[in-house]
Write a protein of this length. Structure first.
Length: 1359
């Protein structure tokens, strides 16, 4: 049997259809669905199990208990070879627009839970699977089911609200909490949904009818019941996959192939193969060996089959906890605690217990508990069976255990606990859910009956070494002593010594991790004290102050409000402007029918392009050898700079950025770029790379795997150049700046400092931010074969610029290049310039080879190559009076641009133009420089520098408040613009609506009362602190570059009355097409059902401007309006002639009367300017205002926090579509919350980006939304500068995410005050748990020795 010979055909079902195939074992279900079956509803977001975009439902028949089980899985990690006998359900299988959509699809769409839509099929499938198992779920079920799915657009609230409609308790407004309606009890019904306009109508939704679901294929039941299972072998190009069915066979196979992994859930092996390039020539997959799944209960404990999935283990333990006496279930409960937080549900549904143990991750959550809980393994090999204790000797290194290579873990014994034995699991992770822990623990203590003397103690830690470690010496120091503070005090000293981490430890966060080892032990101490008291062993009562150390952070989501104004009573029913209309593609996004770039069918002869990038930050390329790559099967060509017939560089802000590095390139731009570098490179004409990730060349092959493998063989010989610069400090020291630098000043700053009562200086480092659009950079370029024409299907925000760039690269006129943008799966500024560079390279390949070429970046490549939001170092000096008035401020911004300028100069300008935020500072100076470093070039990101700019001024205000012992809100209020005012660039405006937002926000959030109650809470709780913040924003709308404030549209009316609208904006989730449909409907006086918005296409509407700067609706809306008005004017005489006619009849008459039914519309927008010499201008058309009140609770022992409540009041004029606008507000806020509190880009000391996927880079997930999240659109606001009196809203609210930062900072300030640390302190952004915890200055953080900077090489750079 151990011989690997026969090759098998696989049989499974997809959406009720039988599939039989010979498959390559390297194929995962995701690529099989998308490429082989052409079912593109299931999306690629990361390929590593971290985002949930690829979620599908898997169903299997279990013959033993004759049941069918359904579970959600990540298709990207599921090997097709494991599908024998399984039924796969994808988003296409549950409903579609041609037959019937499924209620889940409908409700997520109608609740406005789909913006760009790229995450939506995954969300739908997670929810669908939940409903298959539980048709009336609880809120907890829903948040758990969605915990493994990321969305970058919506902020999750609308998705949860859509799903909540399936809960039984949600059939009311729940305004009283606990599922109770506002009509119950005494509360005022003012918030009841009957009173206010609602974003969606639940009555308008299909009921869930479980009898309508796809049935499990009877053939698979028959197969499972009758067919004898036999082993299967699958062979591919590089791998042989064997799936045995008997234990005997498995043992034989493992002894013949000891190096072959046993692939169960593939959640460890899969990512290793994908991301680390590990190749296993033989894989053994024993998922059908039934002995690996057996469960045997004994009085001593339970033997759990090592193949059991983590979800199965969880269900088993939950059952046992319900059945057994409490005292026996200590280990089980601790494991349950960990299993609730481990990965997302899709991971737990496939990852196995044995796999988790044997993978021996340093931060495995189970191993510390299993080890502390005295668990053991039953291990089988050719030599026989043995039992191995799972203890400190089992884990021998990173990913290594004491198991022999040919050994198989058969089962795991988890003992019952006895009286006097306590086991607890504690962990701290960068995100509350679906994140590997920073430190995780399993702790066990045993007391003799009725005593507090420690009889036995085990302390196991994960995350503080290369593997799970035991704090043995600490345990010895405690055993035999009473469980009290004195004993613990000594234990901390031993522990610190025992688990000390050198300052360069991989993973970084050294001080934090060390302090967590202590503070988690302290938590354990408190938990056990509490347990001893409950058992009557001690009488000490834990004070509220102390017990705050073990009380969980609040986590129950509460109903939220979205308040907006109903349209005026007289507005026609079919006029939808001002009404909450669903995103026009939401349903097709939810059914998987919406077509994104990579969903387009493969073209005849199509090739795939993979980029080869630099692995050095600053080096000359001595040799580029592509000979081996060219030999690779399927490879067609390697594209280098030499192939470019036209412009080899892209000009940005006066500099030239090369498309591809190459030997012969003359670095003409260098002289102008950097004088310093010029000195060093007097003879610089050799090729250079200036960051890791710079594109060197591109491999084009018949398939993606071929292109990828071939690209890995391209040999580049580098000669390192000295002194790469990474941080802004380094750039400042070497004067490595892009020009121009900008300065702006009003008043007399120096004199005002002299006259101020106090002067204070401070600084803040603001980290960058990865766009993490769910759809990675994607494009397909198709040469049409005639007259050098190219069709470019691309996911980009600026198709005209892309068209122009491609034409210049290929030295052809723009009229030969047609750029098509149907929809974008999220962009946020990241699909402007960088996409264009990629498009030039892909078009070059297509043009050279005369064949269609597709380029879809993998998540890791995308994160490495395409840059991020600029990290900024902000310094400030502020002069203020005793009463809090700020008289002078001098702000400096050092922006880390990376290796090319991109849009950095424009960004520093926007930074300076927004540095006042909402404050009138009579003497204000700002300087900003774009630092050139050897990191990948940074680029535009929602807010375009404003989020960094305003954080600095708000920190400055916080410091003034701290200096004066006042609240920051008082200082803000005192210094806000009042009455008609002039900005520092001499732009006059009226801040009335800013004040209205401020006042309304204070009232709606009950600010004053909550401030008082927080003070009380903080007095009573030593280890939990609450903080409150109130943050305003004044955000300028329109491009400061006047020529970009224009738009055009083309509207056709066809003879059947249907209308086709094209405009220059791109649809990236922000709902622009929906709004354009509303505009056209109002102007033509027809229902929106007659209007279709076609793709954005440079052949239809030329010379478009980027969809950016929150100006898309303002500009394109006016252009569409213009075109529609022209057409309506043409029709008006016919309408007057025949007022009883119909739309169709008037259109038909117009045709016969030879009246043109097609018109272009144009809008010449704001004539803005900014004169930097004179330091004055009108760069913006108007301001959007908003104010946010936010409350957060911080666990001072771990830095963990929860946003308890957020209230945002926003002035967006008269909203064209409240649901779309509220979606932008909530989505931007959550993205801001990510920027300021969790998202961290980490680079190695040699400039290599570590954070290249959702496993390392954490964006907010459903667990991060504020527990109460209220949005209010300011009533009665008009804006004469934009369409229908609306205002731009895409970007502004991102900055209000900083209210969470300031609420955390406020809470931390309370913690510091408790240990006598008063006054201003620095908290850099993001305020991660690490930073918040260290800033709290607890006795635990204070114990950690700090290493002198410069005395060691840190694991990661502080950029
Ligand atoms: C997105 C994501 C999030 C995650 N989050 C967490 C987390 O928060 N906490 C945490 O602890 N873990 C986390 N993990 C890790 C996950 O729990 C483990 O990868 C998983 O448990 C491994 O099980 P598997 O069945 O998938 O292993 P596989 O990948 O199938 O195999 C892993 C290894 O185990 C060996 N192996 C498997 N079964 C046996 C056996 N019976 N006998 C001998 N060897 C065996 C294999 O040979 C292989 O070397 C996460 C993983 C992912 C992808
Ligand atoms: S693509 Fe599968 S989880 Fe991200
Ligand atoms: S709608 Fe969720 S990622 Fe865009």
């Amino acid at each position: 049997m151990a011989e690997i010979n026969q090759i098998e055909r696989l049989c499974f079902y997809v959406n009720g259809k039988r599939v039989t195939d010979y498959v390559d074992p390297e194929t995962m279900l995701l690529s099989y669905l998308r490429e082989k079956l052409r079912m593109t509803g299931t999306k690629y977001g990361c390929g590593g199990g971290g985002c949930g975009a690829c979620t599908v439902m898997l169903s299997r028949y279990e013959p033993n208990n004759k049941t069918i089980v359904h579970y959600s899985v990540n298709a990207c990690l599921l090997p097709v070879c494991q599908l024998q006998g399984a039924a796969v359900t994808t988003v296409e299988g549950i409903g579609n627009t041609k037959t019937r959509i499924h209620p889940v699809q409908e409700r997520i769409a109608k609740a406005h839970g789909s913006q760009c839509g790229f995450c939506t099929p995954g969300m739908v499938m997670s929810m669908y699977t939940l409903l298959r198992n539980k048709p009336q779920p609880t809120m907890e079920d829903i948040t758990e089911a969605l915990g493994g799915n990321l969305c970058r657009c919506t902020g999750y609230r609308p998705i949860v609200d859509g799903c909540k409609t399936f809960c039984q308790e949600s059939n009311c407004c729940q305004a009283n909490g606990n599922g109770s309606c506002c009509m119950n009890g005494n509360s005022q019904p003012k918030n009841c949904e009957d009173d206010l306009p609602q974003l969606f109508d639940k009555a308008d939704m299909l009921p869930l009818d479980p009898s309508q679901e796809l049935i499990f294929p009877p053939e698979l039941i028959v197969m499972a019941e009758t067919e004898t299972q036999k082993s299967q072998t699958f062979r591919g190009e590089r791998i042989t996959w064997v799936s045995p069915v008997s234990l005997e066979e498995l043992v034989q196979l493992k002894s013949c192939h000891p190096q072959a992994p046993l692939v169960m859930g593939n959640t460890n092996i899969g990512p290793d193969i994908k991301f680390k390039g590990v190749l296993h020539p033989v894989i053994i997959s024993p998922t059908r060996v039934k002995e690996l799944f057996e469960v045997t209960q004994t009085p001593q404990g339970v033997w759990v089959g090592a193949g059991s999935t983590l979800s199965a283990v969880r269900a088993l333990l939950a059952r046992l906890v319900g059945e057994l006496p409490l005292e026996q279930t200590e280990v089980y409960r601790a494991l349950l605690q960990q299993l609730g937080n481990l990965g997302g549900q899709q991971i737990r549904n496939v990852a196995s217990l044995g796999g988790n143990i044997v993978s021996a991750y340093p931060n495995s959550d189970l191993n510390p508990v299993l080890a502390a809980g005295n668990c053991k393994l039953e291990v089988l090999s050719k030599e026989g069976k043995e039992e191995i204790p799972l203890n400190k000797d089992f884990f021998v290194g990173f990913g290594k255990t004491a198991l022999k290579p040919n050994a198989i873990v058969l089962s795991v014994f988890i003992p019952v606990s006895r009286k006097g034995e306590f086991v607890r699991a504690l962990r701290q992770a960068p995100r509350k859910e679906n994140a590997l822990a920073t430190v995780t623990t399993g702790m066990r203590v045993v007391f003799p009956e009725g005593s507090r003397l420690v009889q036995d103690l085990s302390l196991y830690y994960g995350g503080v070494g290369p593997c799970t470690v035991s704090a043995t010496k600490t345990c010895s120091a405690v055993i035999g002593r009473p469980w009290n503070e004195e004993t613990l005090e000594e234990a901390y000293a031993v522990l610190l010594d025992e688990l000390t981490l050198p300052p360069s430890t991989p993973g970084g966060k050294v001080e934090f991790r060390m302090s967590l080892t202590l503070s988690l032990l302290f938590k354990f101490y408190l938990l056990i004290l509490q347990a001893l008291r409950e058992m009557g062993v001690t009488t000490e009562v834990l004070s509220q102050e102390m017990s705050s150390g073990i009380q969980p952070l609040p986590h129950q989501l509460q109903p939220s409000l979205q308040e907006f104004q109903a349209v005026a009573g007289g507005q026609e029913g079919q006029d939808l402007v001002g009404r909450p209309i669903m995103h026009r593609s939401a349903i097709s996004q939810a059914t998987g029918e919406a077509v994104y770039c990579d969903d387009m069918p493969k073209r005849d002869g199509e090739l795939f392009l993979v980029l080869v990038t630099s692995t050095r930050a600053h080096a000359k390329i001595i040799d580029l050898d592509v000979s081996q790559a060219l030999q690779f099967p399927g490879v067609v060509d390697v594209i280098t700079c030499r192939d470019i017939p036209g412009k080899k560089v892209r000009p940005f802000c006066g500099y030239e950025e090369e498309l591809l590095a190459e030997k012969e390139v003359q670095y003409m731009g260098i002289t102008s770029i950097c004088t310093l570098r010029n000195k060093r490179c007097q003879t610089a004409c050799a090729p250079q790379v200036s960051c890791v990730g710079q594109i060197v060349c591109a491999v084009v092959a018949d398939t993606k795997p071929h292109a990828k493998r071939s690209a890995a063989t391209v040999k580049i010989v580098y000669e390192d150049l000295p002194d790469p610069l990474f941080t802004v400090e380094e750039a400042m020291e070497k004067l490595s700046f892009f020009k121009p630098q900008r300065v702006i000043e009003r008043g007399h700053v120096t004199e005002a400092f002299a006259a101020a009562d106090q002067v204070h200086e401070g600084e803040i480092q603001i980290g960058g931010q990865e766009h993490f659009y769910m759809e990675t950079q994607s494009m397909l370029v198709v040469p049409t074969g005639e007259e050098r024409e190219l069709d470019v299907y691309i996911s980009c925000q600026h198709p005209s610029y892309t068209q122009e760039a491609i034409a210049e690269t290929l030295c052809i006129p723009s009229n030969r290049v047609s750029c098509h943008v149907k929809r974008i799966g999220g962009a946020f500024g990241g699909k402007l310039t960088k996409t264009t560079v990629l498009a030039c390279i892909t078009s070059l390949a297509a043009w050279k080879l005369g064949r269609p070429v597709r380029c879809i970046l993998e998540r890791g490549e995308d994160m490495l190559i395409t840059g991020a939001r600029h990290p900024v170092l902000g310094t400030y000096k502020v002069g203020f009076m005793k009463d809090g008035r700020i008289e002078a401020a001098d702000l400096h911004y050092y922006v880390n641009s990376g290796n090319t300028v991109d849009e950095s100069v424009l960004i520093i300008e926007k930074i300076l133009l927004h540095m006042d935020n909402a404050y009138k500072i009579p003497n204000l100076r700002g300087r900003a420089v774009a630092c050139r470093t050897n990191l990948p070039s940074n680029t535009a990101f929602r807010g375009f520098g404003v989020p960094q700019s305003m954080l600095v001024v708000e920190c400055m205000i916080n410091d003034v408040a701290a200096k004066l012992g006042r609240t920051a809100e008082e200082i803000r209020e005192m210094n806000m613009y009042k009455g008609v005012s002039m900005t520092h660039y001499k732009f006059e405006f009226d801040p009335e609506n800013l004040w209205r937002c401020w006042d309304e926000c204070k009232v709606k959030s009950d600010y004053d009362a909550r401030r008082k109650s927080i003070t009380g809470f903080n007095k009573q709780n030593r280890w939990k602190k609450r903080g409150l913040s109130l943050i305003p924003i004044k955000y300028g709308i329109a491009f400061a570059e006047s020529f970009l404030n224009q738009a055009a549209a083309l509207v056709h009316i066809y003879k059947d009355g249907s209308v086709l609208v094209s405009h220059g904006g791109t649809e990236m989730g922000q709902g622009i097409h929906t709004k354009m449909q509303q505009v056209a409907s109002r102007e033509l006086h027809i229902p929106i059902s007659l209007i279709h918005i076609t793709e954005t296409n440079t052949s239809t509407v030329p010379n478009t401007c980027p969809s950016a700067a929150s100006y898309g609706t303002d500009a394109n809306g006016m252009a569409v309006k213009d075109a529609c008005q022209i057409l309506y004017q043409r029709l008006e005489p016919l309408i007057k002639k025949n007022p009883e006619g119909t739309w169709k009849s008037w259109v038909t008459s117009a045709f016969f009367e030879k009246i043109s039914l097609s018109a272009t519309g144009f809008y010449k927008g704001h004539d803005g300017y900014m004169d930097w010499e004179k330091q004055e201008g009108e760069p913006y058309s108007y301001y959007t205002y908003g104010v946010c009140c936010c409350e957060a609770e911080v666990d001072c022992l771990t830095g963990d926090y929860r946003t308890v409540r957020t209230d945002i009041v926003v002035d967006i004029g008269r909203s064209v579509n409240p649901s779309v606008d509220i979606g932008q507000i909530e989505g931007a806020f959550i993205q801001g919350l990510g920027l300021y509190t969790m998202e961290e880009l980490k680079f190695s000391p040699s400039g290599v980006l570590y954070t290249r996927g959702p496993s390392q880079y954490k964006i907010p997930a459903v667990c991060d939304i504020p527990l109460k999240f209220n949005i209010y659109l300011l009533a009665g606001s008009d804006n004469s500068h934009a369409i229908y009196s609306s205002k731009g809203i895409g970007e502004p609210i991102l900055f209000l995410g900083s209210s969470v930062f300031f609420a955390i900072k406020d809470a931390v300030a309370s913690a510091r005050a408790e240990v006598g640390m008063k006054g201003p302190f620095t908290l850099n952004s993001p305020a991660t748990p690490e930073r918040a915890c260290l800033a709290c200055a607890t006795p635990f953080t204070q114990r950690i020795p700090t290493s002198q900077p410069g005395s060691f090489k840190p694991w990661a750079l502080d950029i």
